[in-house]
Design a protein around this ligand. Structure first.
Ligand code: CA
Length: 333
């Protein structure tokens, strides 16, 4: 009897996650259209119908969490032009070496390679005066838009490079968690997920720092050197079972859930669902689709074949439209 109840519990979980409408997560805001992580990109993602909007977080010299994809400034701002003497020995400029007031003088532009070439050539090509936003500014912007439009768009902050920050003498997780508590967002019932690539830090958030908020463990590849986490181990049944003790879901990248060559699921989504973990893969990009796959085919694979629970995308509107059409087909008027 007990066995039956346990298996019933599992299947309810699976059915529950399969029936819920998948979440559209605006990756760095509407980054397919406007420079990533700016207030403008957040506003557009909101208007395009995102369910959650992502904030990657790093600290300033005066310990304010700002929304930037990584610890460096040179690929998304004019820092080298304004502060040529503030680079480190490796030639890079770090957000942590600048106060918030200094960072606010920078102009944010579309992401470029270190050689100056735009990463996604067809994206925003203008030079408007976009600024770096603080985490608090993005929380308030989304909260105000929610109030006025009677929506409940959620937050999806990522704690970036926690070990690097600690090696520099600062504890980014504790600072971010304090802000969440100030905004009453350290709460499993609220529309917020906190994500991190570093599993040691995810565990620390839950255990040592007592985070109540829903947590998502990001999964990369070991050779990215993103953290000390062994991502191969995390994807094993034992790894997923350990994850389920700490987090509500995983954020793998698309090749980890679907083998494009064989057109087969890898099994990671099913194995995660069996343990009650949601799966929110990254990143659906219209301008970086796998060879030979259309946007429509890719979305059909992830939503209808693999049954994921949410998708990170640079192109919120494409995913919203796809899911809306599917809904209309299910319930014709
Ligand atoms: Ca991110």
């Amino acid at each position: 009897m007990q066995k039956y109840l346990i298996s019933l519990g599992f299947s309810l979980l699976i059915v529950g996650s399969a029936l819920a409408k998948p979440l559209v997560i605006a990756h760095r805001g509407a980054s397919g259209y406007l420079p990533e992580h700016t207030l403008e990109a957040v506003t557009l993602a909101f208007a395009l119908g995102a369910d959650f909007i992502e904030q990657d977080l790093v600290l300033t010299k005066d310990l304010v969490p700002v929304v930037l994809h990584d610890i460096h400034l040179d690929t998304v701002t004019n820092v080298a032009e304004l502060y040529p003497n503030r680079k480190r020995d490796d030639g890079r400029y770090y957000a942590l070496d600048f106060t918030l007031a200094e960072l606010k003088t920078l102009r944010v532009h579309e992401r470029r390679e270190l050689n100056g070439q735009q990463v996604f050539a067809s994206r925003f090509q203008g030079n408007a005066d976009f600024k770096i936003a603080t985490f608090a500014e993005e929380l308030e912007l989304i909260a105000q838009l929610n109030r006025q439009f009677k929506r409940n768009v959620g937050y999806y902050p990522e704690i970036k490079s926690p070990k690097w920050h600690r090696d520099q003498g600062v504890d980014i997780s504790a600072i971010v968690l304090n802000i969440l508590r100030d905004y009453q967002l350290d709460d499993a019932e609220k529309a917020i997920f906190v994500q991190c690539f570093d599993f040691a830090e995810t565990k620390r958030l839950r255990s040592e720092l007592g985070a109540k908020v829903k947590l998502i463990q990001l999964i990369g590849e070991n050779d990215w050197l993103e953290s000390g986490t062994d991502y191969n181990q995390l994807q094993t049944p034992a790894g997923l079972s350990e994850l389920a003790e700490y987090v509500q879901g995983i954020g793998p990248w698309l090749p980890q859930i679907f083998d494009i060559t064989t057109q087969q699921a890898t099994g990671l989504v099913a194995n995660a669902h069996q343990r009650g973990l949601a799966v929110h893969p990254y990143t659906f990009r219209l301008d970086a689709l796998p060879e030979g796959i259309t946007s429509e085919q890719m979305l059909r694979i992830v939503f209808e074949q693999l049954i994921i629970d949410g998708l990170f995308t640079d192109f919120t509107d494409t995913v919203v439209d796809y899911l809306g059409d599917k809904q209309t087909q299910k319930n014709p008027e």
